[in-house]
Design a protein around this ligand. Structure first.
Ligand code: ZN
Length: 268
């Protein structure tokens, strides 16, 4: 372990301590990211770094109500494999790996588990993992994408029409957390919003996500890896977006912790 023991870190306790902590029923939070291309301007660790940073910041607001697990640094990336460096975990492996984690946590008596996602293409798999955890154990398990806690702030303070990938929000937040690792001179803008009622990529200002769900090979739809506008990202926007996400997540965790688990009823 590097640095001090942190009160909200699951893996910073001894097993004897955890045996007592479970009685307080903190929400156990699992950040999940990716190792994949994020434009010419950001390193491969964006999704893992941002998801775990938002979780840790939320936990600092309510440290006695949360335990944060070590982040899963890989995700489902088959459509990104044309970009050097990307590591993909196939969907069935990913689902079972996440289920192994959530069911281990449930086995030790924790009743509330929250998966916090940093990579869009993990979302459906993580939602399935959360649902299966609920069905196959006696706990509540849910998932959310961290940026959903910052999206309304993005539309207020952001400049781009589209949120998707390695874009204004991800680049701004990364800059706020570690500006030295972002090469803004290499940041690009790639926005092609089709004239369509039913299909576009990412979240479009005023429209949200498209009704038709489809993910193409990333190399067909992006030259640099960016979809969105990374050139307008700033440290100041990143601070506001990050703080909105952490505050929103802390509130959500509190509410999720208090949500009662009702008894099942066999109505045959
Ligand atoms: Zn990303």
């Amino acid at each position: 372990m590097k640095g001090p023991r942190l009160p909200y870190r699951y893996d910073h306790y001894t097993w004897v301590e955890l045996k007592d902590i479970v009685k307080n029923q903190p929400v156990v939070v699992l950040p999940v990211g990716s190792t994949e291309d994020h434009g010419h301007h950001m390193p491969l660790d964006v999704d893992s770094f941002l998801a775990s940073s938002v979780c840790e910041a939320a936990a600092q607001i309510i440290p006695d109500q949360v335990l944060v697990l070590p982040a899963v640094p890989y995700g489902f990336e088959d459509h990104h494999m044309d970009f050097p460096g990307t590591i993909t975990i196939h969907d069935d492996h990913m689902l079972n790996f996440i289920l192994d984690i959530t069911k281990s946590v449930a086995h030790h008596g924790f009743k509330k588990i929250l998966i916090v996602n940093g990579h869009g293409s993990n979302a459906t798999i993580l939602e399935t993992a959360a649902r299966r955890t609920v069905i196959e154990t006696d706990v509540h398990c849910g998932m959310l994408n961290w940026w959903s806690m910052a999206q309304s702030t993005l539309w207020k303070i952001g400049d781009s029409e589209l949120q998707s990938h390695a874009d204004e929000i991800e680049t701004s937040v990364y800059r706020y957390l570690n500006d030295e690792a972002v090469q803004m001179d290499k940041a690009t803008r790639e926005i092609k919003i089709p004239e369509s009622k039913y299909y576009w990529r990412g979240w479009v200002r005023g429209k949200g996500a498209s009704p038709l769900r489809m993910m193409d090979h990333w190399s067909r739809i992006s030259d640099t890896g960016v979809i969105g506008d990374a050139t307008v990202a700033t440290v100041e926007k990143g601070e506001q977006l990050f703080k909105a996400a952490a505050q929103g997540l802390a509130e959500l965790i509190k509410e999720f912790r208090d949500l009662p688990i009702e008894p099942r009823v066999d109505r045959h």
